[in-house]
Each structure stands twice: as structure tokens, then as C-alpha cells.
Ligand binder design. Structure first.
Ligand SMILES: [Zn+2]
Length: 367
């Protein structure tokens, strides 16, 4: 279903750029996910009931009269920083939330989400002229870096920010060439887009299976959202959607990355030691039958996503696929949103196909 601002770069796919832009514009590092969950609440209004738990997980469903219950899930937190200390001159110190590279911070524009609203901040950097030779080309240790909000004293700074406030990269949504975009939050708003667009596609053309779209929290630090939901969910099949490293830019090598992954070639289905082979091959065949582009990547072990936590409930067959992203965990990740739309079509088609094929033994491994 096309909306304003749609692109159609992969043949026959209409991507809702407005939804992805809205998700990426919500500053929501781990533990502070509410603004991103609010985007989903607004999107669901009048269409499906949003449900939530005290941790911040949010989900909605298209009920079905039969089986199975399919859950499509993605984490809605992003990496960020947190204010730890304000010195007597008003300079603001911080720690990382999730995997932030401290090399990427000096000289950067950050935004502190204070009690009265966003506060612009600059990460201070010594002029290159006076950096000793042996320190050149290296970022200072994280705890030696600081933000400057323009305040002259601790008191002045604390009028606008508090210890424990979240900090994010400035969040432009850059339209690049070739239907590609830049944002700091594609990990994992790309996945959240897949889950909630899948719900919309399935609602438009439902079958007997029940589909739940879930946006989890705390993935970048403790996987706590998925841990909590693994206990609560009564799923038969779980589809975990996250982002994966694209292998095509000059800084990476597909051999060292564990396989070739390209933007614009569809979601990346993980096949191997970290998952359930039966559902993986079922999904690959389904994609071929439906004409949905997918890529396959070997998974030699854990996916480093919510998948392991959700699998550990022991009740659901779990499929893991990811959306290709360049420069993951940097202030500007690059992706092709059509890949996410293809993922949404795949998850909706999987649920419809399972409504026909489902038996509790379908994905029990057999030789
Ligand atoms: Zn991440």
C-alpha cells in the first residue's frame, strides 16, 4: 500500500518512507524507548489495540480463529549516551548506552533529552594544533570526553539537564541516491518497520493464523525486553528482525564478515547453527514462490539479537532475518528501505502460508 513519499525501487514494492522516517526521528536509546513506542501507538490508533508491559515492550495483534500464533518482533531501542556528571564550569560528562565507538564522538553534535526538552550539545575537541604528536589520530578515552552546552556553571547546566538524561546523535533522515537513506537509528527501526508493516499487510489480507507485531526494549544492553516476552508469549512461531552488516563498502570484506550482504537485495535470512533449519528453509522456499527478494547468510552461532532469548522459551520455532545496513552503530547508518518493505511482505506471507500448512510438528527437526 503506497502512501505519500513512497519509493518503488525493488520491483513491485511500495515502501512507506513516512513511517520509517517517523520511527527514526524518535530519540529512544535503551531504557528510554517511549518516544519510539509512541510512534507505533499513533500508527495503530483506530486499527489495533496497543498492549504494553511495565518494561516498555509494546505489541498489537491481528487475531485469527485458528493456528498458529506467529509473532514478528524487533527491538525498538537504539544506542546512545547518558549524562553522568556535570562539572563546576558546566561541562557535561557521559557514559555509553550500548555499543558506541568513542572514536566517533569528538566534535560531534549531540542532543541531550532534558526535562524541559532537547538541549543541543557539542563534544569538545582540543584544537589539532596543540594535540601532542603521539595523541594525534586517536580519540580521548571515553571518560575524558565531555559535552559543551554553552553553560558557564554547574547550576546553569542543571537548569536544563539532569544526571541520567539520555543523549542521542542528532537525527537527520538523509535521502541519498538510489533509494538509499541515512539515519542514526536504522538499528533497529528498520526491524520495527518490518514487524508493524507486516501487521498492516496481514490485516489487509488475513488468514486463520494470529499475527502479533512486537517492539521489544533493552536489546542493546541486556536483551531484557525479549527475556520478559519469552515468558509471556504463547507463540508457535517467532520471527526476529534486526539489522545485519552490509559487506559491499570499501571498509569491509565479505570473507571476513562471514558472507556477502548487499543493500537492495532483500532481507537476509540466517541459516545455520543459530536457528531452526526447517523454518529457515520453509521461509527461503516461500520467498521464492512469492517472488520476494531475499539473501541467505550462514549463521555459525548466536545471532547477537533478541532471537536467542526468545528461542530459549522452548515453545516456538524461531526464524531470524535482518535488514542490511552499512556503518552499523555509527551516527549515520545507510540502508535501502525497500529491503525492510520486502521483509514485511515476507513475514505477512509466511503467516498466511502457515495458516494453511501448520501442524505442531511442522518445524520439529527431523532427519
Ligand atoms: Zn545494535
Amino acid at each position: 500500500m503506497a502512501t505519500s513519499g513512497s519509493t518503488a525501487d525493488i520491483k513491485g514494492i511500495s515502501t512507506d518512507i513516512d513511517l520509517l522516517r517517523a520511527l527514526c526521528g524518535a530519540p529512544a536509546p535503551t531504557g528510554f524507548e517511549a518516544p519510539a513506542q509512541e510512534v507505533l501507538r499513533r500508527r495503530l490508533e483506530g486499527k489495533a489495540q496497543a498492549q504494553a508491559d511495565p518494561l516498555g515492550n509494546l505489541w498489537a495483534e491481528v487475531p485469527g480463529e485458528g493456528a498458529p500464533h506467529v509473532v514478528v518482533t524487533a527491538h525498538n531501542d537504539q544506542i546512545g549516551l547518558i549524562v553522568t556528571y556535570v562539572d563546576e564550569h558546566g561541562f557535561v560528562f557521559f557514559d555509553v548506552v550500548g555499543g558506541v565507538d568513542n572514536q566517533l564522538l569528538p566534535g560531534r553534535h549531540l542532543v541531550i533529552h532534558g526535562p524541559k526538552g532537547p538541549v543541543d550539545a557539542v563534544v569538545g575537541r582540543k584544537p589539532t594544533h596543540i594535540i601532542p604528536k603521539d595523541e594525534r589520530g586517536k580519540a580521548p578515552e571515553l571518560h575524558d570526553q565531555f559535552m559543551d552546552i554553552g553553560a558557564s556553571s554547574r547550576e546553569e547546566a542543571l537548569e536544563r539537564i539532569r544526571v541520567g538524561d539520555p543523549v542521542t546523535f542528532e537525527a537527520p533522515f538523509l535521502a541519498l541516491s538510489g533509494g538509499r537513506y541515512g539515519s542514526p537509528a536504522f538499528d533497529n527501526r528498520a526491524g520495527v518497520y518490518v514487524a508493524f508493516r507486516a501487521l498492516e499487510h496481514y490485516r489487509a489480507q488475513p488468514a486463520a493464523a494470529k499475527l502479533t507485531a512486537l517492539a521489544t526494549v533493552h536489546e542493546e544492553t541486556t536483551f531484557m525486553g525479549a527475556k520478559a516476552m519469552a515468558r509471556r508469549l504463547d507463540a508457535d512461531v517467532i520471527v526476529v528482525v534486526d539489522v545485519d552488516f552490509a559487506s559491499e563498502d570499501p571498509s569491509v570484506d565479505p570473507k571476513k564478515l562471514g558472507g556477502e550482504v548487499k543493500l537492495g537485495c532483500g532481507p537476509v535470512i540466517h541459516r545455520g547453527a543459530g536457528g531452526n533449519l526447517a523454518i529457515t528453509d520453509y521461509a527461503i522456499q516461500l520467498a521464492a514462490d512469492e517472488g520476494i527478494p531475499v539473501q541467505v547468510k550462514a549463521m555459525p552461532g548466536a545471532t547477537q539479537t533478541d532471537a536467542e532469548e526468545l528461542m530459549s522459551s522452548g515453545r516456538a520455532a524461531t526464524l531470524s532475518f535482518s535488514i542490511p545496513v552499512r556503518y552499523m552503530h555509527s551516527p549515520l547508518e545507510v540502508m535501502q528501505p525497500d529491503d525492510a518493505e520486502a521483509g514485511a511482505l515476507l513475514a505477512a506471507a509466511l503467516t498466511r502460508r502457515l495458516a494453511k500448512d501448520w501442524t505442531p510438528e511442522l518445524f520439529v527437526p527431523r532427519a
